[in-house]
Design a protein around this ligand. Structure first.
Ligand code: ADP
Length: 526
């Protein structure tokens, strides 16, 4: 029987005896009084009042016990007075004193006993409330909770320790059946609803007959054994359990070991099913790597598109110059001087193509691209010279408007030049439908009042930016040309923005498109 039940039954028994005792007590008191007062027996008869107290004590309150003790003392004193009157008898007086002392001691003991019992009952009630609370939490928790008996496995581990085993892992490596044996030593005592659900909706009866649901090859169980072996206070880890339907589930296990070795027979084990979380995590990782692959593919695609776009111009120029060179050589007699100039242009354009590839490569490898001091006036002239062939072929005139003392900017030359080539190429292409003689590109370079920003504008005499096209103008892959890639403006804008500048576009009130670059004198990359 449990101690709580014992206590309760003790209380009930005390109440029953109390009722019987209170019925007998007055009769006994009357008998004692009669014998003590009216008979000639020379003995401490009054001591028998103690029995009266004992009989009635269980049914009386503390106050009642005190009153009864006082009443019995008064009766004993009266009997002495009645028998001896004013004629003192030392022996009789001593017997009276002994009787009164016995009465008082019994009274004190009964009161102390009663107080102790009340305390015990209070404690019992509190314990019962706590047990009910614990049961409610245990049953209603959404976390799978088990009560398991770890006492046998602990004893086993401690006996190994006592026999000199210090390295449990090494021991388990040599004795392959060790973990399985330990699993069998951990019976389940109780499991809450969440635990039953975790195990695949098994019935509570089945749970108590189960030995253990932990997978035999599970590393977590061995770690848990190690925690007990090392005398740790708790264990937390991820493990696998086998549900009733044979499914393996991944769970987060948490066990708090009691300080009191005697309570190892009722250890609470908590488990949270993380199978789905792990699966989601896995799916997320897979999706992430797929996304990374896709974005790498997109980057490579965008880079190839950019390279194709950037290389188109120098390679086209190389082809045209090579054809011209052949023409000069096939002349009779060959014009070697003109052929030489074409060859020089081929070398120059090939060099530019190589620079573009080099720059793209360094962009990919994050190599430091060396910014340098660049005069925008010089760069514009140089770029126009590079594109001279294309400009002449399309009958386009260039007008450059600038003050001579414009200060230089610090930037990566090839990048800035690429922006200019993009904008000039677009202008050339935009004017394809404009009658010859009216095709003109105006380039102006200026400095702001503070001298910290340089602006460069490129205006053409084409039809201007198509209606509705302004918003998407700088979007990658936006193109209105049948063979356009739509990368030029987006690359140009990011290049200028990386320098801490801005690239904007508008339609000029007098016709044609105008592209405006503003760059700080010093690049942000410096
Ligand atoms: P692509 O030249 O390959 O089309 P861009 O990014 O360089 O790519 O240009 C995107 C679009 O912006 C062009 O297709 C064109 O419609 C428009 N655009 C660019 N420059 C001009 C310009 N000077 N005049 C009119 N439209 C232009």
């Amino acid at each position: 029987m449990k101690p709580l039940a014992l206590l309760n039954s003790g209380g009930w028994r005390a109440r029953r005896y109390g009722r019987v005792g209170i019925a007998i007590a007055p009769v006994l008191a009357a008998c004692v009084f009669y014998v003590d007062t009216f008979t000639e027996i020379h003995s401490a008869i009054a001591v028998f009042y103690v029995i009266v107290l004992l009989l009635a004590g269980d049914a009386l309150t503390e106050r009642g016990i005190l009153l009864l003790s006082g009443f019995c003392t008064a009766l004993a004193t009266f009997s002495y007075g009645f028998a001896h009157g004013l004629d003192p008898d030392l022996a009789a007086a001593l017997r009276l004193v002994v009787s009164i002392a016995a009465l008082l001691i019994t009274c004190a003991l009964i009161i102390r006993n009663q107080r102790a019992r009340t305390e015990l009952l209070k404690f019992n009630a509190a314990l019962q409330r706590s047990e009910t609370r614990y049961r409610t939490i245990f049953e209603q928790s959404r976390v799978a909770l088990w009560e398991r008996d770890y006492s046998a496995v602990r004893d086993h581990l401690m006996s190994l320790k006592a026999n000199g085993v210090t390295d449990l892992r090494e021991y388990a490596r040599r004795d392959r059946a060790f973990t399985g044996r330990c699993i069998a030593l951990v019976p389940v005592i109780a499991a809450n609803a969440a635990a039953l659900e975790l195990l695949g909706n098994v019935s509570p009866q089945d749970v108590s007959s189960m030995r253990c649901d932990i997978a035999p090859d599970d590393a977590a169980f061995f770690d848990l054994l190690t925690a007990i072996f090392n005398g740790e206070t708790h264990y937390e880890g991820e493990g696998t359990i086998i549900a009733a339907d044979g499914k393996t589930k991944l769970v987060l296990i948490t066990v708090g070991f009691p300080d009191d070795v005697a309570t190892f027979d009722r250890v609470i084990v908590g488990m949270i099913d993380i199978t789905e979380r792990e699966m989601t995590q896995k799916a997320l990782l897979e999706a992430q790597s797929a996304l990374a692959l896709a974005s790498r593919a997109a980057t490579v695609g965008a880079l190839s598109a950019s390279l194709a776009h950037e290389l188109n111009q120098p390679l086209g120029a190389v082809v045209v110059n090579a054809q011209t060179l052949l023409r000069w050589l096939r002349r009779d007699p060959p014009d070697l001087q003109a052929a030489g100039r074409s060859a020089e242009r081929i070398i120059r354009d090939s060099q530019r193509a190589s620079d573009i590839i080099q720059n793209t490569r360094s962009m990919l490898s994050r190599e430091a691209r060396t910014p340098e001091e660049i005069s925008l006036i010089e760069l514009v002239h140089e770029t126009c010279a590079l594109m001279e062939h294309e400009l002449t072929r399309n009958g386009i005139s260039i007008e450059i408007e600038t003050k001579p003392d414009i200060r230089s900017v610090i930037a990566v030359r090839i990048e800035l030049q690429q922006v200019l080539i993009n904008l000039i190429s677009n202008a050339i292409q935009a004017m394809a439908g404009v009658p010859q003689g009216r095709r003109c590109i105006g380039i102006s370079i200026a400095e702001n009042d503070d001298g910290d920003m340089i602006s460069l504008q490129i205006r053409d005499s084409g039809p201007g930016i198509a209606e509705g096209g302004m918003e998407q103008l700088f979007q990658p892959f936006h193109s209105t040309k049948p063979t356009g890639l739509g990368m030029g403006l987006s690359i140009s804008r990011s290049t200028i923005e990386a320098m801490g500048g801005k690239l904007a576009a508008a339609n000029h009130p007098q016709g044609g498109a105008i592209f405006m670059i503003t760059v700080p004198r010093r690049s942000v990359n410096d």
